[in-house]
Design a binder for this molecule. Structure first.
Ligand SMILES: Cc1cc2nc3c(=O)[nH]c(=O)nc-3n(C[C@H](O)[C@H](O)[C@H](O)COP(=O)(O)OP(=O)(O)OC[C@H]3O[C@@H](n4cnc5c(N)ncnc54)[C@H](O)[C@@H]3O)c2cc1C
Length: 386
C-alpha cells in the first residue's frame, strides 16, 4: 500500500482521496483552507462523465442532495428565438447533469472521504516539496511536514506544487472574462425552463442561465477581453460596477439576459478565463499534478470539474492495475493527456475565437478527439486498465 499525500482538498483532491481509498491506497489530504470552505466559488454544471466518475467511486449519493438536475438545454439567438432544445445526459438519474456550487461539491466529497476514514488536515498550506530517497516530503507554512511515496498536486489553477515541478509553466489568459451571479427576482419566462439550462448566443456576450426548483436563477456571461483583469480593476470595482457594465452590452439583444442581470441584487462576481498551456509537465519524481493544477481550461465547455473527477478515478485505477508506481504514472499520463488537452483546446478556441487558438508546444499536432466509449470504459471500475 502506497502512502499518498494529496495537496488540496478541492474537487480533484477530495475525489482522488476517495478513489485511492477504494483502490486500497493510504491517502491523506492537506488543504490550505481552515475549514471545508463550503461558501467558496461559483456554481458549476457537472456533466454525465463527471457523474459517472462519482458513481464509480460510490459517491453519487454524496452529491445528489446538492443543487438540482438539468435534463435539457435550450439554445437561443440574439433575437430571442429558440434555435435548439435538446435533452442533456442520461436517463439514469445518477448520471443526470447537475448544477451546484463548487464549494458545496468539495465539502460533500471531503465529508464522504472522512466518513470512509480518510484523514483531511485543514489549514495545511503547502509551501515546498522535497524529493529524496526516503520518499517525497511536503513542507507546510506552519513549519510542519509529511513524507509519503507519492505526492499529488491537486491545488488548483495557482498551484504551488506546479511551481515546484514545472516552474516555467505559466497560466495564460484565454481571451475572455466570466461574470456570474444569482438572483431570486429574474423575469418569469414564457417557456417552461424547468431543469433546463438556457444558452444565449448574444451579439457580444455568451450567456447562460438556469433556475433551481426553489426559484433562484444562476447565470454566467462570457465577454471577450484581450487582457486579464488588473488587481486595480478588481479592487476598485464598486458593488454595482460589473452589473452596470454588463447590462448595456446585453440590452443590444432581445433576450432575457439583460433583465436577469439587472435583477441581481447581490454583487456580480468576475474572473478571467485562464488555462494551463498544453504540454505543461505533470510529473517530477514522485510528484504528479491533477485537476486544474495540471490542466485548467477556459470554462467555456464546462468540463473542468468533470475532468478533475475523471483524473481521480483513472489515477486510482492505474495505481491499482499497473505492476509498480512508475508504470502506473506513465499509464495515467498516456491515458489522460489527450483527453484533457483536447478539452483545453476546444474550450480555449471557444473563448478566444478560433483565429487565435490555444497555444501548444511548437511542432506538436492538435490533440485527437478522444472517443466517449474509451472514457466510459476507462472510468468503469470493474474494467482493468492493463
Ligand atoms: C467561472 C468558472 C466557471 C466554471 N464552471 C464550470 C462548470 O460549469 N463545470 C465544470 O465542470 N467546471 C467549471 N469550472 C472549472 C472548475 O471549477 C474547476 O475545473 C475545478 O474546480 C477544479 O478542481 P480542482 O480540485 O482541480 O481545483 P480547485 O477547485 O481550485 O481546488 C484546489 C484546492 O487546493 C487548495 N489549495 C490551493 N493551494 C494550496 C496549498 N498551497 N496547499 C494546500 N491546499 C491548497 C485550495 O484551497 C482548494 O481547496 C469553472 C471555473 C470557473 C473559473
Amino acid at each position: 500500500m502506497a502512502r499518498v499525500l494529496v495537496v488540496g482538498g478541492g474537487i480533484a483532491g477530495a475525489a482522488a482521496a476517495l478513489a485511492l481509498r477504494k483502490a486500497g491506497q493510504d491517502a491523506v489530504v492537506y488543504e490550505a483552507h481552515p475549514d471545508s470552505a463550503e461558501d467558496v466559488g461559483a456554481f458549476l454544471t457537472l456533466a454525465g462523465n463527471g457523474l459517472q466518475a462519482l458513481a464509480e467511486i460510490d459517491a453519487s449519493d454524496a452529491v445528489t442532495s446538492l443543487g438540482f438536475p438539468l435534463t435539457s438545454m435550450r439554445v437561443v439567438d440574439a433575437t430571442g428565438a429558440e434555435t435548439a432544445h435538446v435533452p442533456l445526459g442520461e436517463a439514469d438519474a445518477r448520471l443526470r447533469y447537475r448544477c451546484l456550487r463548487r464549494g458545496e461539491l468539495s465539502a460533500a466529497l471531503q465529508a464522504e472521504a472522512v466518513r470512509r476514514g480518510v484523514e483531511i488536515v485543514h489549514g495545511a498550506r503547502l509551501v515546498s516539496v522535497g524529493d529524496g530517497p526516503e520518499g517525497v516530503t511536503a513542507h507546510f507554512a506552519d513549519g510542519g511536514s509529511a513524507t509519503g511515496d507519492l505526492l499529488l498536486g491537486a491545488d488548483g489553477l495557482h498551484s504551488t506544487v506546479r511551481r515546484a515541478t514545472a516552474p516555467t509553466a505559466v497560466p495564460c489568459h484565454a481571451g475572455q472574462r466570466v461574470f456570474y451571479g444569482y438572483t431570486a427576482d429574474a423575469p418569469v419566462s414564457d417557456v417552461d425552463e424547468t431543469a433546463c439550462i438556457t444558452m444565449i448566443r448574444g451579439s457580444a456576450v455568451a450567456f447562460g442561465h438556469m433556475t433551481s426548483p426553489g426559484g433562484e436563477t444562476s447565470w454566467f456571461a462570457r465577454v471577450d477581453a484581450d487582457e486579464p483583469l488588473t488587481a486595480d480593476e478588481i479592487a476598485h470595482a464598486g458593488p454595482g460596477h460589473w452589473r452596470d457594465l454588463l447590462v448595456p452590452l446585453l440590452r443590444a439583444d432581445r433576450t432575457a439576459a439583460a433583465d436577469i442581470v439587472a435583477s441581481t441584487k447581490a454583487p456580480v462576481l468576475v474572473t478571467d478565463a485562464t488555462e494551463i498551456p498544453n504540454g505543461t509537465p505533470w510529473r517530477s519524481g514522485r510528484t504528479l499534478l491533477i485537476g486544474d493544477a495540471a490542466h485548467a481550461a477556459s470554462p467555456a465547455t464546462g468540463q473542468g470539474a468533470s475532468m478533475a473527477l475523471e483524473d481521480a478515478v483513472i489515477l486510482a485505477k492505474c495505481l491499482r492495475d499497473a505492476p509498480d508506481p512508475e508504470s502506473a504514472l506513465t499509464l495515467y499520463e498516456t491515458l489522460r493527456r489527450p483527453r484533457v488537452e483536447y478539452n483545453t483546446t476546444v474550450s480555449g478556441n471557444i473563448s478566444r475565437g478560433t483565429h487565435t487558438p490555444t497555444p501548444r508546444p511548437t511542432g506538436t499536432p492538435p490533440p485527437p478527439r478522444p472517443s466517449d466509449d474509451d472514457i466510459t470504459r476507462q472510468l468503469d471500475w470493474s474494467t482493468g486498465l492493463v
